[in-house]
Write a protein that binds this ligand. Structure first.
Ligand SMILES: [Zn+2]
Length: 104
């Protein structure tokens, strides 16, 4: 919030400028930091094949993700916190054993 008269900024919760006595307005420039995604660990992946499946599933679902390698051949996959449940659902099937039986 800020005062349209003097331009002074106020914390959320104030409604009047203490100097001018005018009503505060929302910052029209929207200078607030762009919504930052918070990432939470989804799980460790040590298998390259699984890794490929997991990341392609996440891509397909449009879930933001990144990987942080902690050791060689081991990666921690992070996904956006607000999509974590969705990521789990997506992976419930995909990350299960890679062996897919074709043919009945
Ligand atoms: Zn003011």
């Amino acid at each position: 919030m800020f005062c349209p008269e003097c331009g002074l900024e106020y914390e959320e919760g104030s409604s009047l400028c203490e100097d001018c006595g005018v009503e505060l307005v929302e910052d029209p420039l929207g200078e607030e930091a762009p919504e930052e995604l918070e990432f939470v660990p989804l799980g460790e992946v040590t298998d390259a094949t699984v890794f490929a499946i997991v990341t392609s599933q996440l891509e397909e679902a449009g879930i933001p993700w990144f990987v942080q390698s902690e050791k060689e051949s081991m990666a921690m996959v992070y996904v956006a916190r607000n999509r974590l449940a969705e990521a789990h659902r997506e992976l419930a099937a995909a990350a299960s054993p890679v062996a897919v039986c074709e043919g009945n």
